[in-house]
Design a protein around this ligand. Sequence first.
Ligand SMILES: [Zn+2]
Length: 342
Amino acid sequence: MKAVRFHEHGGPEVLKYEDAPDPKVQANEVLVRVKACALNHLDIWLRVGVRRWQLPMPRIVGSDISGEVAEVGSLVTRVKPGDRVLLSPGISCGQCEACFKGLDSACRSFTLFGVMVDGGYAEYVKAPEMNVIPIPGDLSFDEAAAVPLVFVTAWHMLFTRAGLKPGEDVLVIGAGSGVGMAAIQICKLVGARVIATAGADWKLRKARELGADEVINHSQQSIAEEVKRFTNKRGVDVVFEHVGPAVWDDCIQSLATYGRLVTCGATTGTEAKLDIRDLYGRQRTILGSFMGGKGELLEALKFIGARRFKAVVDSAFPLKDAAEAQKKMESRDFFGKILLHP
Ligand SMILES: [Zn+2]
C-alpha cells in the first residue's frame, strides 16, 4: 500500500510518501480502507520527537480515521466488509481495572493509532474490533474523521474532569483549534455560557457561529481583563485550556472562587507559575486531562449523529501532500480539522 512514513525525527521534510507493507489482520482485528484521516497536533509532536516515547520506526502517524471495512479477522462479529466506520483513537487492553471503569487513558498499555501502532496516513490501517465504530447518522467520511479525538478529549475534560454544570461560565481558549470548537459546542449543549478566545477576528466569527456567547481576540485584548468585564469581575467557573505558558497567567486570573481549570495540552511550553495562596484562598482546582474513553466517545457520537454537534472541517489534502498539511497546521491559519485523503 501507499503510506506517508518517517524513518527519523525532524521537520516536515522527513515525511515520505512511499510503499509500505500491507497490514495483516489478526483474528480479533479489522482492516480498514482509509477514506479520511484528520491531523492532530500530536502528529507533529511525534514527527519532531517526544523524549518520553521511543517510537518504532518507520512510523505511520494519524489518530483520527474513517473508512470502509476491507477485511475482518475470524473472531470479528460486529462489523463486515463494506461497513462505513470510524476508529476510536485510543487503544487499551480492555481487561484491566482502569479499562473496566471506562478510564481507558489510565490503562497501562494505553496508546493511540499513530503512536505505538501504525495510524491513518496510509491507504489501509488495521484496528482491534473494539475500536471500530459504525459511522452514526448520515455523516460523511470527512466529518467522521474530524470528530473522534477532539470530541472525546473535550467531553472528558468538561464532564468527567471539570464536572461542568448547566448555567456555568466557561472560558474556552483557542476556539480555532479542534478541541476548542468541540468544547464550545459541548458547553452550549448543556446551557453553559461560553467566552471564547482566538488570535484572529475571522476565527472569532466562526466561534460565534458555533455558539460562543462572547469572544476575545487574544492578540489585541487581555484575556483576564475581558473575562472580568464579561463576568462582572466574578471570573468563570471553568477554564478550558490546552495552550500553556502563553495564556496561563490570564487563565488563572480568569477563574472565579471555586473555579476549575482543566488542561489537556501545552503547545507553547511546559512550565508555569502558581501562587499557592491564591489557589487555596480562592478554593480553586487545577485538573489535568488526557484523551478519554470509548464510552465517552459513544456518548458524544449520539449528538454528532443527530447533528447537534458540527464536525468542522477546515481543508483536505491528498495523502501525498501530508507535509503541506502539517505545515498548514503549524501556521495556525486554520479553523477546524485538516484532513488527508489517501
Ligand atoms: Zn487496560
